[in-house]
Design a protein around this ligand. Structure first.
Ligand code: FES
Length: 110
């Protein structure tokens, strides 16, 4: 796993009101979410029909809901909790004393 620094200063991240923002690091685009004091990272686009996940919302169970057809996904493991059988790519995020890091598998561009 290649750990890449997202920021040394998490308080300076500009999340939208829905708790999400789109980012690009090392050529990889992803969505970063903040929910219940934790950080989650997952694909920029929905696996169903490419809805922009950052334009959706996070429901009361902490699942990200796509803005297009409202399929919901577990932000930790990408499981499609509304049961349509899709899988949202997720990335590990670690909060360390020196910042927030995202883990990319080597040679993985998805
Ligand atoms: S594009 Fe996301 S639910 Fe259809």
């Amino acid at each position: 796993m290649n750990w890449v620094l997202i920021t040394e200063f998490p308080q300076e991240l500009c999340f939208s009101e829905n708790g999400m923002l789109e980012m690009e690091l090392e050529g990889r685009k992803f969505t970063l979410a903040k929910w219940a004091e934790g950080y989650y990272a997952f694909a920029q686009k929905c696996p169903h029909a490419s809805g922009r996940m950052a334009s959706g919302y996070i429901n009361a169970q902490g699942q990200v809901v796509c803005p297009l057809h409202r399929y919901a996904f577990d932000m930790k493991n990408g499981r499609n909790t509304t049961g349509e059988g899709y899988f949202l790519k997720t990335y590990p995020v670690e909060t360390r004393p020196d910042g927030i890091f995202i883990g990319f598998k080597p040679n993985s561009f998805f």
